[in-house]
Design a protein around this ligand. Sequence first.
Ligand code: SAM
Length: 241
Amino acid sequence: MALPQKKYYRQRAHSNPIADHCFEYPSHPDQYDWSNLYPILETDEAKEKKVEFLDVGCGYGGLLVTLSPMFPENLMLGLEIRVKVSDYVNDRIQALRSQHKDKYQNIAVLRTNAMKYLPNFFHKGQLQKLFFLYPDPHFKKAKHKWRIINKWLLAEYAYVLAEQGIVYTITDVKDLHEWMVTHFEEHPLFKRMTDEELKYDKIVDKLFDSTEEGQKVTRNNGDKFLAVFKRVPDEFMENNK
Ligand SMILES: C[S@@+](CC[C@H](N)C(=O)[O-])C[C@H]1O[C@@H](n2cnc3c(N)ncnc32)[C@H](O)[C@@H]1O
């Protein structure tokens, strides 16, 4: 099977995340048939596995494809709201699986609205890593409520993340970077990680150029602002602020 070509999967840049699209979603994470996305879940060795890495707004899937061989034991999922873009990622993964025997079994994409249905898909504390790479900036003040980082959604991200789980953010838009940092720092369940703490994290390097948007920013000589946060254990919440 050949790799898909992006030119056949183009779609408008923005999809309104507040509008009511018709998405199917389970009423509980256990009611979703995850083996459709990850056929390895039908094997005895893997049947207990759950998604641990989540790429929110995964676009064309570059991060998943990069991380897949680095963390072959972890299931990773991309969430993408745009239908053609999620179709592209799915076709890309199927082609990679067909070209590389036993590889890329740990990545998949789901078309959904990440701003609405996270607790339907994930248990409390299930995720180890959450990625927001080059999220839509929604520059106008009236559209700030569309931003994927806001104080209401941070409570949901804290819910699905494991204690000590990590949130990675990167953007080329300084104002959005400052917005994300302010929101995470004001939230009692998140703490920004220092450069020293990130020195040995092999994922950090991959955040700059693995994704299609990151590569576009590089081509345009844009800036890149990184901020990484740790999910504070519930019992330390009081001491955090
Ligand atoms: C600027 S692109 C960045 C894509 C990718 N992370 C990258 O770095 O190439 C933002 C992506 O987030 C998706 N997106 C926006 N809001 C979303 C939502 N509520 N749920 C799922 N995906 C969303 C968009 O469709 C778009 O593909």
